[in-house]
Design a protein around this ligand. Structure first.
Ligand SMILES: Nc1ncnc2c1ncn2[C@@H]1O[C@H](COP(=O)(O)OP(=O)(O)OP(=O)(O)O)[C@@H](O)[C@H]1O
Length: 754
């Protein structure tokens, strides 16, 4: 190595202060310059200078926060790098600045700052030399060899003037570089603990004396934590297969650095596994006599349902391993379906959990997400088990008729067994409701079977029409019909009022609601099959009274709702739209002032409804009535109308229209009609009768073959209605019109031409 290859820098150097990046000897760096001092340096020294010496400047890190870089001299680091300005490019956009290309030559120390303006100039001492390793260095063999081979490789590429040749030379070098990097990556993966060590060493670097104690601390804390988890896993009493999976995951967890995202995922999984009630259960305390008392105490009326529930419980008592049917309570809202489910849990001494299925349209809602998904979690069944903490709760699957379907799979299928759902080859996927299979229900998140055979499932729905048939097939359906007014009054006084008083912190002395007030609320302020809205109205009264009690007034008796309403409005204290003026009732008579209108009875998922059917005729060309078009209309667009039970009403409506005679306004009817004029039976008789009774109708025309269903109608309701049991169209028309209706056969134009 010749002495002239050693670079010597001037003893006085202008200083360029940098914020971003540190120039090191031997490297080349692009530096953007825009501060006043640096701009001056570039203008007066680099652009005006003519000698090689004038292109050497000192590049020194400015340790002051650039935000506070003012006119004062920056806080300069005491050591900098002398650099050769290879290129200077000026630009005015976005603001005036220069971009310098500088090659670092050697380090220097600032001995004395000679001046500060227009740019700093310093007396410096050169610290190292940038040497060229062109030959073998006897002092450092390895460095020499490396430099030699690097040099040779570089010269080879330099020699290749032809582009193809150059590619051929450069490619193997590039490939080797990539392979090297890959290898490095692989070894990092193999030794994931490295990260942790690096972290610990870094901490140790700051406090060298504590280097290893810090490391140990991290390991210890982590070790304690996983040891605790391991203990929990072992004491969770999980089945063999689940335990195996947990132990495997624990082993993986121990090897993972905490900073790895998978660490948290695995931990969460293990925490979930240990919290599940694998073998925790409550002991059934079934006493049929006690159950009967409890059911009667909790619920007024609903005799048929309570009887069936008792039968179900009795069989369970006699045969503990019963893989019985799943009870499904179907009825309008607010008739006590959920509440009966809760009572069943109480009679058995079991935990109760409600799983709302309304609107669920993704299978993973029930069976969970696989752990590969970000944010994956178990489905509602497993979550429910975690919540109740035992493996034999009563699960109420609420609103099974409102399960949706989507691209994410059919949630109903997740509740059932289905060959299409096979998870691996011929193996059937284990599903929730199938008693033969649910002992090994596999949630996607857990990925190990959980035994659901001890869970008692009960389902509720408003209608069976939208329950997927395969699901319906698994269940034993029990219709829960709506209540009569009298039943509602009883329910209100026995259950709803005491419950609402308690909810609002009132005593029975502070608020007494007389029966006739309840009756008035029911008939004028609610129109529903169940008692939900009634309960809300009672709640509204309680709120109003609570205000008065809190203000110091004593309320001994609730005013009738209309008085109360007037009172509240006068005082302007309670703006409760729930207690608005009652609708005009009965609302029937005014509608039947024209021929061509008849009242039908419909069954909807919300209970029975009276339904007007209207027909009007206009000029037209339709057959069978030459020159006449008929418009048939079913008002109340929001009420779904399907099924054949409007048949008799439509015919009556048409008969009225064509004969110009009025249908009796206190008559409602239901029944299917055949082409030959026979009346066929229909469903939902009890709900329909109750709806007619609510609407103060007097006469009901129902199919003769539905006579047996009248048994379900409470006697006092039956006694207030005049039932006409129709087997033919003549029976219907005779009962619907005052003074009867001449036989259809005497009107040849009305005979079907089909
Ligand atoms: N026969 C009854 N005896 C006592 N309380 C009743 C009776 N029927 C309903 N209730 C009360 O009415 C309220 C509503 O009942 P619940 O929530 O069980 O209705 P639901 O039929 O499940 O309605 P949904 O279909 O909307 O879920 C509850 O407070 C319940 O206790």
């Amino acid at each position: 190595m010749s002495s002239d290859s050693v670079i010597k820098i001037p003893s006085r150097l202008p200083l360029l202060c940098t914020h971003d990046g540190v120039l090191l000897p031997g490297s080349t760096m692009r530096i953007s310059v825009d501060s006043a001092r640096n701009m001056q340096l570039v203008k007066t020294r680099l652009l005006k200078g003519t000698s090689l010496k004038s292109t050497i400047i000192g590049v020194i890190p400015n340790t002051r926060d650039p935000e506070h870089d003012s006119d004062e001299l920056p806080s300069l680091h005491s050591i900098g790098t002398a650099g050769l300005a290879v290129q200077v490019v000026g630009s005015n956009w976005p603001k005036p600045h220069y971009t310098l290309l500088i090659t670092g030559l050697c380090r220097f120390r600032v001995n004395q700052l000679l001046r500060e303006r227009p740019f700093p100039l310093a007396e410096v001492e050169q610290l190292d030399k940038l040497e060229q390793y062109t030959g073998r260095d006897p002092d450092d063999e390895e460095l020499g060899e490396l430099s030699q081979s690097f040099y040779q490789a570089a010269v080879q590429v330099l020699d290749a003037v032809d582009l193809a040749e150059r590619f051929k030379k450069a490619l193997p070098l590039l490939t080797r570089q990539i392979e090297g990097l890959k290898l490095l990556q692989k070894t990092r993966k193999l030794r994931p603990d490295d990260d942790k060590r690096v972290l610990a060493i870094r901490k140790g670097g700051v406090f060298p004396g504590r280097q290893f104690s810090l490391d140990d601390e991290v390991e210890d804390e982590d070790g304690d934590d996983t040891a605790l988890l391991e203990k929990k896993v072992k004491s969770a009493a999980m089945p063999e297969s689940a335990l195996r999976v947990c132990l495997k995951e624990l082993r993986r967890l121990k090897k993972m650095p905490q900073s790895m995202p998978e660490y948290a995922l695995t931990r969460n999984y293990l925490e979930m596994m240990v919290e599940l009630p694998w073998s925790k259960s409550t002991t059934d305390c079934l006493d049929i006599r006690g159950a009967r008392v409890l059911l009667d105490n909790d619920h007024y009326a609903m005799e048929k349902l309570k009887r069936r529930v008792l039968e179900y419980l009795a069989v369970r008592q006699l045969k503990s391993t019963l893989k019985g049917p799943i009870l499904c309570f179907v009825g309008p809202p607010g008739v006590g379906k959920t509440s009966v489910g809760r009572s069943i849990a109480r009679t058995l001494g079991r935990e109760f959990h409600r799983i709302a299925l309304g609107g669920v349209c993704d299978q993973s809602d029930i069976r969970g997400h696989r752990r590969t998904y970000v944010g994956s979690m178990p489905g509602r069944i497993i979550n429910g088990l975690k919540t109740v903490g035992v493996n034999n709760p009563v699960f109420l699957l609420d609103e099974v008729d409102k399960l949706g379907k989507s691209l994410q799979g059919d949630p109903a299928a997740a509740l059932l067994s289905s060959k299409n759902q096979s998870t691996s080859g011929s193996r059937l996927s284990k599903t929730v409701l199938d008693p033969e299979q649910n002992h090994s229900f596999t949630d996607h998140y857990l990925n190990v079977p959980f035994d659901l055979s001890q869970v008692l499932f009960i389902a509720t729905a408003n209608t069976t029409a939208t329950i997927p048939p395969a699901l319906l097939d698994r269940m034993e359906v029990h219709q829960v019909p709506g209540y009569t007014e009298e039943e509602k009054v009883e329910i209100a006084h026995r259950h709803l009022i005491p419950h609402q008083l308690e909810q609002h912190g009132l005593t029975p002395q502070q608020l007494q609601i007389p029966q006739d007030t309840t009756q008035e609320i029911i008939s004028k302020y609610t129109r529903e099959a169940g008692v939900r809205s009634l309960e809300r109205k009672i709640g509204a009264i309680c709120r109003a009274v609570a205000v008065k009690v809190a203000e110091g007034q004593k309320v001994s008796r609730a005013e009738s709702p209309s008085e109360q309403h007037a009172d509240q409005n006068a005082e302007g204290k309670m703006e409760d739209s729930e207690m608005a003026a009652p609708p005009e009732m009965p609302i029937v008579s005014e509608r039947l002032t024209l021929p061509g209108v008849a009242i039908g009875l419909a069954w909807t998922p919300m209970g029975g409804e009276i339904m007007f059917v209207e027909a009007s005729r206009m000029e037209g060309s339709a057959d069978p009535l030459e020159g006449t078009d008929i418009h048939l209309h079913f008002p109340a667009g929001a009420v779904t109308k399907d099924g054949p039970s409007a048949g008799v009403t439509i015919v009556t409506c048409l008969a009225s229209l064509l004969s110009g005679r009025l249908v009796r306004s206190d008559v409602a009817m239901t029944g299917e009609i055949t082409l030959r004029g026979l009346v066929l039976p229909v469903g939902g008789i009890k709900d329909k009768v109750l709806a007619a009774h609510r609407a103060s109708l007097k006469r009901l025309i129902i199919p003769k073959r539905n006579e047996k269903d009248l048994e379900e109608v409470p006697a006092h309701v039956r006694s207030q209605l005049d039932f006409v049991l129709a087997s033919s169209l003549d029976d219907v028309l005779n009962a619907a019109f005052d003074g009867g209706f001449p036989s259809a056969l005497t009107h040849p134009q009305a005979v079907s031409k089909l």
